[in-house]
Design a protein around this ligand. Structure first.
Ligand code: S3P
Length: 442
């Protein structure tokens, strides 16, 4: 599938962006392991979250779905059944890494497989510490990559683990394994990372202790407890909103309202970075929904300028860098990102793949080991030329270059856009309504 984008200059309106992916995944996992019935509203009907849903159905959990409403009949901490075939995680790193922690503690064997992109992603970051807890996990791919096979029936013991990288997936995996481990599991993160697991475990009645370290947090929980079902309303995803925020900021005529977006402080780096670049962003109607802060995000056309991105904001905006690079190209002056080596192991190598695409569209940029330098061309109306972009099975690459068409002089074609359905199935329709000249070519 491809997107063909004809240049346009307007990006306006009120748009309901896709529900949060991280929270949708966790709602299925915790709802399945809880005692009682969990009702989820505004669940993300994207392929990634549906991979998690299917995996729990494959392990015997009764889950009903009516559009974005999901009812999960929890089976309790010891109620999962052996799947009869490998669990297919599709494109979803979150599903595979978080499920590793759950599966390591079951009394049955299991195997998880993924698509071409997921099959290249590192899994030792979870397999290593799980083994330290006593799990039997094998990464059977060529480079310690998927498929992942897990031998059941092991006794897990709690560990104190200092994560070498800032990863919410690794943290969550170990906390999940810790639910079944003997003793107190302690995970220390080098920097603050998204805390949806901690918040949702608390919402399901589990005792989770969080204490601040010099830069990140230390999270503790003791195994052997239970989860109690609760209702979850999923906010709109700030990561999906980021495409709309940048689009409105760079458009000649940009003015959008994005209602009820999750603004959990562990996710709002994109707002901070865009504001530092000069973007006109306001938050209205701030409130709490199911333990998560939400707000309406309003963004207007703005003159952006390049910045050195503060290091502490990197993990708080980790999924938003592809579209922030598009914003950087539309700024005046240079933008420098460092400390972001994690971008190289996302759905694609997001530093290299973005640099290749930006270069194709006429932007001057230099790839660094752990980041990128982008020379903005924000003085002119047109920033990008036309050209063909490869998205490398990466939804966020595809959506980022679609946004670039708001400052392009020529047609942009983006190849391999089917993965947009993993996180934001309504993307093409919504951005067309807002003003993009987007045509989907099957
Ligand atoms: C996620 C954590 C992040 C993020 C991913 C979702 C999560 O990954 O990039 O899209 O839901 O926990 P890392 O933990 O690898 O940084």
């Amino acid at each position: 599938m491809k997107y063909k984008l004809t240049p346009s200059t307007t990006f306006t309106g009120t748009h309901k962006v896709a529900p949060d992916k991280s929270i949708s995944h966790r709602s299925i996992m915790f709802g399945s392991l809880a005692n009682g019935v969990t009702r989820v509203t505004n669940f993300l009907e994207g392929e990634d979250a549906l991979s998690t849903l299917q995996a729990f159905r494959d392990m015997g959990v009764q889950i009903e779905r009516d559009g974005d409403k999901v009812t999960i009949h929890g089976v309790g901490m010891n109620g999962l059944k052996a799947p009869t075939k490998p669990l297919d995680m599709g494109n979803s790193g979150t599903s595979m890494r978080l499920l590793s922690g759950i599966l390591a503690a079951q009394d049955f064997d299991s195997t998880m497989v993924g698509d071409a992109s997921l099959s290249k992603r590192p899994m030792e970051r979870v397999a290593g510490p799980l083994r330290q807890m006593g799990a039997k996990v094998t990464t059977t791919g060529e480079k310690s990559t998927p498929p992942v096979t897990i031998m059941g029936g092991q006794t897990l013991n709690a560990i104190h683990y200092e994560m070498p990288m800032a990863s919410a997936q690794v943290k969550s995996c170990l906390l999940l394994a810790g639910l079944w481990a003997n003793g107190e599991t302690v995970v220390a993160e080098p920097e603050i990372t998204r805390d949806h697991t901690e918040r949702m475990l608390t919402a399901f009645g589990y005792d989770v202790k969080v204490s601040p370290l010099a830069s990140g947090n230390e999270i503790r929980l003791t195994g052997g407890g239970t989860l109690t079902a609760c209702d979850i309303e999923v906010p709109a995803d700030i990561s999906s909103s980021a495409f709309f925020m940048v689009a409105a900021a760079i458009a000649g005529r940009g003015d959008v309202i994005l209602p009820k977006v999750g603004i959990n402080p562990t996710r709002t780096g994109v707002i901070d970075i865009l504001r530092l670049m000069g973007a006109d962003i306001t938050l209205k109607n701030q409130t709490l929904v199911g333990g998560e802060p939400v707000a309406d995000i309003c963004v207007k056309s703005s003159k952006l300028h390049g910045i050195e991105i503060p290091l502490h904001l990197v993990p708080l905006a980790i999924d938003e860098f592809p579209v922030l690079f598009v914003a950087a190209a539309c700024a005046t002056g240079k933008t420098i990102l460092r400390g972001a080596e994690e971008l190289r192991v996302k759905e694609s190598d997001r530093i290299q793949v973005m640099a290749d695409g930006l270069t194709t569209l006429g932007i001057d940029c230099a790839v660094l080991d752990d980041g990128i330098e982008i020379v903005g061309k924000g003085e002119g109306e047109f920033v990008f030329g036309g050209g063909a972009i490869e998205s490398h099975h990466d939804h966020r690459i595809a959506m980022s270059f679609a946004v670039a068409s708001l400052r392009a002089s020529d047609e942009i074609v983006i190849n391999g856009t089917e993965t947009v359905a993993t996180s934001f199935p309504s993307f093409a329709n919504l951005v067309k309504e807002a003003g993009l000249g987007l045509e989907v070519i099957a």
